[in-house]
Design a protein around this ligand. Structure first.
Ligand code: HPA
Length: 278
């Protein structure tokens, strides 16, 4: 694949999906580390392993299943990525966001993103769910923006606005659902870093200073591409561990997967509730 994705490459993947599924999904879901189980509840599902799709990156991380699940959930036709691809796996920004470009070409209007994240805000505890109200694009600020390269005018503008990356109306619905379900919903700013090393104490003190509430290794590139294409976005972070600002604790991937078991049921209830009300 070339360094920058082309419309032809996006359309090859979109056509391959159309050939395998007759659904016209409206809503996309990208499920993060340890948060994949919602895909198993999709009814009358067409399942497509990522490896069957041209130009589609394949996830290599434990906790990421690596398949598309297209079908019905809470009365909506959904397009679920059971497992996402991360920048740290070695793919380019353009490749990791190809799935969102494809969603765009397939006519999806709304994207739900979920991720596992470290809690930088000292009020947060492992197991919390955080509504993402905005993000810090540290990957993009250091030169890795998924929209670099020739702009694909058919998808969106050269200089897309990011003033309301996360949709206010959808956030409002999520708050209502969480309150009705008696789920404490935290809110805050998600900071996306490339990983795969976890942050050190100095990194984390810096992130707290610049206004991050949660930190992770994904999501921001996907949200930028979704907004470029005019999709409305709703995002949640599952807080899997407390950020280790003084170096006294160790963060592990096992911990992230374990916390997913507590977070998943809460996040699922909120996502299902929002889907029902759309
Ligand atoms: N840092 C970065 N990414 C993460 C973390 C973390 O502490 N926890 C889960 N994903």
């Amino acid at each position: 694949m070339t360094a920058y994705i082309t419309l032809d490459q996006i359309d090859q993947a979109a056509d391959a999906i159309r050939a395998r599924s007759s659904y016209s999904p409206r809503i996309g879901l990208i499920l993060g580390s340890g948060l994949n189980s919602l895909a198993d509840s999709v009814q009358k599902a067409d399942i497509i392993p990522y490896g069957d799709l041209p130009n589609w990156p394949v996830s290599t991380v434990e906790g990421h299943a690596g398949r598309l699940v297209i079908g019905e959930l809470e009365g909506q036709v959904v397009f679920v990525m059971q497992g996402r691809i991360h920048f740290y796996e070695g793919y380019g920004m353009s490749a990791i966001t190809l799935p969102v470009r494809v969603m765009n070409r397939l006519g999806l209007e709304i994207l739900f993103v979920t991720n596992a994240a470290g809690g930088v805000n000292s009020d947060f505890v492992p197991g919390d769910v955080m509504l993402i109200t905005d993000n810090l694009n540290l990957m993009g600020m250091t030169g890795a923006n998924p929209l670099m390269g020739p702009n694909i005018d058919e998808l969106g503008p050269r200089f897309p606005d990011m003033s309301q990356a996360y949709d206010r109306e959808l956030m409002g619905i999520a708050r209502q659902v969480a309150s009705k379900e008696n789920i404490q919903l935290r809110e805050g700013v998600y900071c996306g870093l490339s990983g795969p090393s976890f942050e050190g104490p100095a990194d984390l003190r810096f992130l707290r200073m610049i206004g991050a509430d949660a930190v992770g290794m994904s999501t921001v590139p996907e949200v930028i591409v979704a907004r470029h294409g005019g999709m409305r976005v709703l995002g949640f972070s599952g807080i899997s561990n407390k950020a280790n600002l003084d170096g006294s604790t160790v963060t592990t991937h096992e911990e992230v997967i374990e916390a997913g078991k507590v977070i998943s049921p809460k996040m699922e209830k909120i996502i299902r509730g929002v889907l029902r009300s759309l």
